[in-house]
Write a protein that binds this ligand. Structure first.
Ligand code: ZN
Ligand code: ZN
Length: 609
């Protein structure tokens, strides 16, 4: 036998040595020891004893003993489990399944789970059953092995297990993980019997794909049949975060508090998701309350809060939260913590602090900076006007900068009115790293040319875009009124209350004129044919339509919350500040980059975004 016999000095060794010779009662004692054994060193001793004292025959005790040895070792030491498995002459389906499950769960043995399954089929002595497929599918999902998973599904149907709930649930998860939401949904639709897990799996799949509305629709359907559990609620909270549905998120929160199982409300992960949701929905105060009331926290909860402060541009609060984490908690910050800290510095434009924390991360906490960390720092330097320093930083990075970093540089070039030559240089880098041009690059370049009054080049960019069939990502804003989310695109006239909205937009325009507002065209996309067109397109930016709708519909005193898919333009930013004072209303807007709180004519970002 290749297996090592363990040292003889641990307490367990003494106990096992006293077990005695081979007999049925001896086997019973081994079984008792095995029952409580969770530790590899104990297990190895028991295994050695088993080899010394029992035959490898097929009596039920021996089968039990080997099954249990396999069970414990497959969780703790997959290599050892394989060696045990190889010693078993005729492994039964439980043993096969145990080892497959162990491999599927272990980070480094996913491929072996699939190989074992193939071997099982090849040997043909034991057939895969309903416990086999879920774990092989899990391994396929992890490895994004679509074709192997599809073959598995065919075998499931062939073996008559097509209606098994557990297998179908695994198939939903598998297809969603491989990026095929429609196939996951198809499996779900075909199920004749569904469990709570099936609903959770499909709802979660929709959330992962950003189809929050559909996720919520399924959730409402599910409520007629099942009481949601902690997993369901996490998906729902994430959906609310995704679409910025604050009142629905608050409902989900109160629902959690009223659930019969109190452990869900006190669950650290659920609370961390709540913090994230409140931050994303623009309610930093409630996020803070949830955070402060948590009986215990882990690094995820701290990260949620720090990232939340950063997202809202509250650099001071984010850095204080970080200081508290260092001081009061026994665990160390991780790379995500520093993404929060650095983006807080970035949103506030505090260059020296950003550099300080970057150094702290590397020197004190020995965290290898990742692309996100470099991204924050490059953006911070560039937007603060240190474009050459940022460029220097990018060229000296240990890894290849991605298009996101180059785009943030180009963005800064456009905003800081850097030289056209420098901007062009950066734009070329973007084209190089992306392979093909995206609409964002063209839009930014046209802005660079527009601010240098090089209208011929603006026209050229526009022509290129048309030729290559590149469309600008349409601006889209969401606003929730009375629990219903309304969606507006730029120049949108599809809303049922469109007439009233446009009439109110005119009212707003008059008020702005009284305040001596003059439109800022510097970021108007691709306009080179006279003032009127530019004015028109600025007027009807999606966030302005959403704001007009909010002002019409919401009761006075209630802040207007708007969620926009793109970065807010200079002009809308100015207009929102003016409206916040003219209409005495607080406006909270989340754009692609961060939150803006407009109140009494100013914005929380202090015009730095
Ligand atoms: Zn705008
Ligand atoms: Zn702002």
């Amino acid at each position: 036998m290749v297996l090592a016999i363990t040292p003889r000095h641990s307490p367990c060794t003494v106990a096992i040595d006293n077990i005695g010779g081979p007999s049925c009662s001896h086997q019973n004692r081994l079984i008792r020891f095995l029952h409580d054994c969770t530790d590899m060193s104990q297990l190895k001793q028991i295994h050695a004893q088993t080899l010394r004292t029992t035959s490898t025959g097929n009596n039920s005790h021996t089968i039990f003993i080997y099954s249990r040895i396999l069970q414990v070792s497959s969780m703790a030491d997959t290599g050892y489990a394989f060696r045990v498995f190889d010693q078993i002459e005729h492994p039964n389906s439980f043993m096969w399944n145990t080892l497959i499950r162990g491999c599927a769960r272990s980070v480094n043995h996913k491929q072996q789970a699939i190989q074992l399954y193939c071997k099982m089929l090849e040997e043909g002595i034991v057939k895969p059953d309903k416990y086999t497929y879920p774990f092989v599918l899990k391994a396929c999902a992890y490895l994004f092995s679509l074709s192997q998973g599809e073959q598995l599904q065919a075998q499931v149907i062939k073996s008559g297990l097509g209606s098994d709930v557990y297998i179908s649930n695994s198939l939903i998860h598998f297809y969603a993980s491989c990026g095929h939401l429609e196939l996951a949904h198809k499996v779900f639709e075909k199920m004749s019997v569904r469990s709570l897990v099936s609903w959770n799996a499909i709802i979660d799949a929709f959330v992962q794909f950003g189809e929050f509305e559909n996720a919520l629709k399924l959730f409402r359907e599910m409520q007629n049949m099942f009481e949601p559990d902690g997993y369901t609620m996490q998906s729902i909270i994430n959906s609310c975060a995704g679409i910025g549905a604050l009142s629905l998120g608050m409902w989900a929160h109160s629902y959690i508090l009223s659930m019969p199982d109190p452990t869900i409300a006190s669950d650290i992960l659920v609370a961390s998701h709540l913090i994230y949701m409140y931050c994303k929905c623009g309610s930093l105060e409630i996020a803070q309350q949830v955070f402060e009331r948590m009986p215990s926290r882990d690094i995820t909860s701290w990260n949620s809060m720090i990232l939340g402060y950063a997202m809202h541009g509250q650099a001071k609060a984010a850095l204080e939260c970080f200081a508290r984490l260092i001081k009061t908690e026994s665990f160390n910050p991780n790379p995500i913590t520093f993404v929060g800290v650095l983006s807080a510095c970035n949103h506030a434009g505090i260059v020296s602090e950003g550099l300080k924390y970057f150094e702290l991360m590397v020197k004190e906490y020995k965290i290898q900076p990742q692309l996100e960390h470099y991204g924050c720092l490059v953006d911070l330097l560039a937007r603060a006007g240190f474009i050459n320093e940022a460029l220097n930083f990018v060229t000296n990075m240990p890894m290849k900068p991605d298009a996101v970093i180059w785009r943030s540089l180009l963005n800064a070039c456009s905003k800081q009115r850097a030289s056209v030559e420098l901007s062009e240089k950066v734009a070329r880098q973007i084209l190089e790293s992306e392979g093909a041009a995206s609409s964002g690059v063209y839009v930014l370049m046209s802005r660079v040319y527009a601010s240098a009054s090089r209208w011929d080049d603006v026209g050229l960019v526009r022509k290129l875009m048309t030729e290559e069939g590149i469309a600008k990502e349409p601006g889209c804003s969401l606003i929730e009124v009375d629990g219903i989310t309304h969606e507006f695109f730029a120049g949108d006239s599809s809303h049922p209350e469109c007439k009233e909205i446009y009439r109110f937009l005119d009212v707003i325009k008059e008020r702005l004129e009284l305040m001596r507002y003059s439109p800022d065209f510097s970021q108007a996309p691709l306009v080179n044919e006279g003032g009127d067109t530019k004015q028109h397109s600025l007027d009807l930016h999606s966030e302005r339509i959403a704001l007009a709708f909010g002002l019409l519909k919401l009761k006075p005193g209630i802040p207007v919350r708007i969620f926009k898919n793109l970065r807010v333009c200079n002009d809308c930013h100015t207009v929102f500040k003016l409206i916040s004072s003219a209409f005495n209303v607080d406006i909270i807007m989340r754009d692609r980059a961060r939150f803006h709180h407009f109140s009494h004519g100013t914005c929380s970002c202090m015009d730095y975004w």
